[in-house]
Design a protein around this ligand. Structure first.
Ligand code: MFK
Ligand code: FAD
Length: 515
């Protein structure tokens, strides 16, 4: 006698069964764009994700081979076949290509991030290198030399994995990640050296966190000014991880780093285990100056803002997957001698609570995503651009904060099975925790909002937009929401004096729900 056997759940089409995305896209996209985009999302959410999950199941932790059999230092980084397949698959699907092809103008950001939302719970945090490639592409689009626009930008956004590049973002050093003013890495101009990519510099220093170490290039901060000049003495450099940067297409890319970059060690992380995050020593690495010397932080800001959007979408994408699994389980699990879980009022109420948070976060984040698209396509009003500047740190921080708690609730909706590695909750949750830290902690992002509101007009524009949105709400709801806006005004004044940073994000929460 076999005894009771639980029927395993199967995850249905992620797009067609999603409780938010189809209606959200109907609201955000013009009808003709929606028609085209929707057929792609239906395919991607079904057979596309099934294929992606098979590749992702083969992804394993990277390995560092520091010395070869003959005692030579080689610093070979070996990534798994699954990781490389996931990367190639998502590049072919148009991440980050869709964002730069701009087939749907400002709405291309909504389309690309919809694909991200559907897949980020099933791709071993591949949106880390892909998000940074997206950010680096925008930096080159805005500030790159003609040669970087010709040779490197097209590769960062290519759908062809044979030639596509990903990029790293090297900011954090041992003295500080939130505050980069004590950066120790130094870049010195190389006399007589020339490169079509920009003025040639030799770079020495130590980068404490390098996540996409399997990338082709990095955008990095390094000191060209005096130590006393703090972060205003930092410049932005484009650094190849291997030289030559451009190889013939039929020549395989070596896994060892060259360009005088050594891998000190791979980080031993709580999550994001598949992502090759390393500590790097730069000893005379060649790099090319982007933009003006001393403007490094300002020049790298587009990377920060774009990766913060990727981070926000990863938070809600991870939550989406957790809800999808919990819902699928509720369709196959019967309470002993009673109804199915999806017919049980108490259980369904728990699923509904999780779904409400997912709905609110998705509307909130995609409101900001549309503003990003409009800004990049040059069709945002000045007021919309200011709102994007203020909302980007807020949605990143808020999504990371709220999603992770709800993911834990979803895990418990499977009972003991939720705690088993096979259901993937543990991996998804541990991976998503990092969204609270990288690209800025809540406190640092609250400070960034203060930086944004210190520019004239930003806060006033936000408050008047929020008030006019509130006035179009049903009266009862509007009354409740108008109080936090007053608090926001008062709170900001107080924060300037008391430095109680977190409360600024808290004060904005109700207003952000209005998208
Ligand atoms: C899965 C998806 C995730 C994808 C990728 C994840 C992997 C990557 C992991 C990483 O964590 S990479 C490292 C990320 N590091 C951070 O996020 C650092 C957090 N700290 C900050 O963001 C600080 O605010 C910052 C280092 C930028 C402060 O630097 P400064 O030099 O003290 O800033 P300052 O002097 O106030 O600003 C310099 C200029 O930049 C100003 O312009 P002006 O010169 O015109 O006045 C600022 O307005 C501008 N600026 C700063 N932040 C900006 C910005 N402009 C636009 N947007 C911003 N966010
Ligand atoms: P600190 O800046 O020392 O912060 C410590 C604590 O102090 C935090 O709680 C912070 O909120 C608080 N704090 C700091 N300043 C203030 C303030 N002014 N007011 C109030 N509180 C404050 N970086 C890269 O450059 N490239 C990468 O590829 C990369 N990958 C990463 C991958 C992983 C898995 C992780 C975990 C980190 C990665 N980072 C990367 C680094 C990341 O961006 C930093 O860890 C982060 O910015 C915080 O910097 P820190 O670690 O130096 O912490």
């Amino acid at each position: 006698e076999e005894g009771f056997q639980q029927t395993p759940y199967t995850e249905p089409n992620a797009y067609t069964t999603d409780s938010v995305l189809p209606s959200l896209l109907k609201r955000l996209l013009p009808a003709d764009a929606l028609r085209e985009v929707e057929s792609d999302l239906v395919r991607f959410g079904g057979e596309g994700l099934a294929e992606l999950r098979e590749m992702n199941a083969k992804a394993a932790e990277p390995q560092l081979i520091q010395y070869d059999n003959w005692g030579r230092r080689v610093d070979e980084l070996r990534t798994s076949e699954g990781w490389r397949e996931v990367k190639a698959y998502l590049q072919r699907e148009g991440i980050p290509g869709i964002f730069y092809e701009r087939r749907y103008d400002a709405h291309s950001r909504v389309y690309g991030f919809a694909k991200h939302l559907l897949s980020s719970g099933s791709s071993s945090v591949m949106y880390c290198p892909l998000g940074m490639a997206d950010g680096a592409a925008r930096v080159l689009e805005l500030s790159g030399s003609p040669a970087t626009k010709r040779d490197i930008l097209p590769r960062l956004i290519s759908r062809d994995p044979e030639i596509a590049f990903t990029a790293g973002q090297w900011m954090t050093e041992r003295p500080g990640g939130s505050d980069v003013s004590q950066t120790e890495t130094v870049a010195r101009p190389v006399p007589d050296a020339t490169s079509p990519y920009g003025p040639v510099y030799s770079i020495d220093g130590f980068k404490w966190f390098s996540s996409a170490t399997d990338s082709d290039v990095a955008v990095a901060l390094a000191r060209t000014g005096s130590v006393a000049s703090g972060s205003r003495g930092l410049s932005l450099l484009l650094i190849p991880l291997r030289r030559p940067l451009i190889r013939p297409t039929n020549e395989p890319r070596p896994s060892a780093l060259t360009n005088n970059i050594r891998i000190h060690r791979l980080k031993n992380k709580v999550g994001t285990k598949i992502v090759p995050t390393a500590e790097l020593e730069l000893a005379g690495a060649e790099g090319y100056l982007i933009g003006e010397p001393g403007a490094g932080v300002k020049l790298i800001a587009p990377v920060l803002n774009i990766t913060r959007m990727h981070s926000a979408v990863t938070s809600i994408g991870s939550l989406r997957r957790c809800i999808a699994i919990a819902t699928a389980f509720s369709h196959v699990r019967r309470l002993p001698g009673k109804e199915m879980l999806n017919e049980n009022v108490v259980h369904v109420a728990e699923l509904a609570k999780a779904t409400v948070v997912y709905r609110a976060l998705t509307h909130m984040v995609f409101g900001a995503v549309l503003l990003l698209g409009k800004t990049e396509c040059g069709v945002a009003t000045e007021e919309e651009a200011m709102r994007l500047r203020l909302l980007t740190p807020a949605v990143k921080s808020f999504a990371a904060d709220r999603a992770s708690y709800v993911m834990e609730e979803c895990m418990s909706l499977l009972g003991g099975q939720g705690y088993m590695e096979e259901t993937e909750f543990g991996t998804i949750i541990k991976d998503a925790w990092v969204e609270k830290i990288w690209e800025g902690t809540a406190a640092v992002l609250a400070l960034d909002m203060i930086r944004a509101t210190s520019k004239p007009g930003v806060l006033g524009a936000f408050v008047s937009w929020a008030n006019s949105t509130i006035s179009s709400c049903p009266t009862e709801l509007a009354r409740r929401l108008s109080v936090p806006l007053d608090t926001l005004r008062k709170g900001l004044n107080e924060i300037h004096s008391t430095y109680t940073t977190r409360s600024i994000t808290l004060a904005l929460r109700p207003a952000l729900m209005l998208f």
